[in-house]
Write a protein that binds this ligand. Sequence first.
Ligand SMILES: CC(C)(COP(=O)(O)OP(=O)(O)OC[C@H]1O[C@@H](n2cnc3c(N)ncnc32)[C@H](O)[C@@H]1OP(=O)(O)O)[C@@H](O)C(=O)NCCC(=O)NCCS
Length: 220
Amino acid sequence: MAFIRHYKPSDFDAAAQICRETLAPSLVGSEPAWRIGPYVWTHPFTHLSPTTCFVVDDGTGKAVGYCIGCPDIPSFMASYQRYVDDVLDRPGSEVPRPADVCSQREPWTLPDGSPNGTCLAQTAYNAEWLLVSGNEDLVDGGYKATMHINLLDGWRGGGWGRKLIERFVEAVRAGAMPGTRGIMIGVAPDNGKVVPFYERLGFRLDEGGEKGSIRMVRDL
Ligand SMILES: CC(C)(COP(=O)(O)OP(=O)(O)OC[C@H]1O[C@@H](n2cnc3c(N)ncnc32)[C@H](O)[C@@H]1OP(=O)(O)O)[C@@H](O)C(=O)NCCC(=O)NCCS
């Protein structure tokens, strides 16, 4: 029988698969997004903040969905070099280090509109670009926790999303630093259909942010 448990290192490949199979519509079919995506949206959290990372185990040990994140973005950023050293820069890494990882980020898309692999790799290497750029107001306002949630097809619509978020919120409450007000998340602009799900779980739309972005917050 399926159940929720903490992420463990042996879930690495399954977690990457979940990320890849649930990429936002605009990223589907992109080789760089498929290869690098998990190193941007999944592995940083599972590596650096496993106490706030949960998976749905299908009952055989296989992770079929996750809610992963961190309780405190500033502390997470302070530890980010460990992720770079242990995961991104390890021999055989799927994410070659881009020439510039700190001064000038490339555009998100190439002139033909496809995802820019260099920008994705730069984002994987730079926690500021990954989490804070464009969200300074929310982090400064106390929304210092963040998360991602994804379930494989076939595991959706059965209540696992709600249960995962409840476990995540519980863990964040336990690990929150003084001054933390809540959780902020970004939703891909072409995946707006999930907004009602988040609203059911206590999130609300935030009107700020860059034009076209969808940001949501939830108080703890
Ligand atoms: C989004 C996702 C995590 C939701 O998980 P889920 O298990 O399907 O959702 P649940 O069954 O737990 O639904 C929780 C509640 O939200 C409601 N809900 C879910 N989707 C909804 C929708 N599109 N519109 C309105 N309500 C919705 C459910 O009715 C349920 O309400 P209740 O618990 O009050 O009865 C899952 O569908 C998924 O992984 N989708 C694909 C990947 C994705 O888009 N991830 C989000 C990236 S930002």
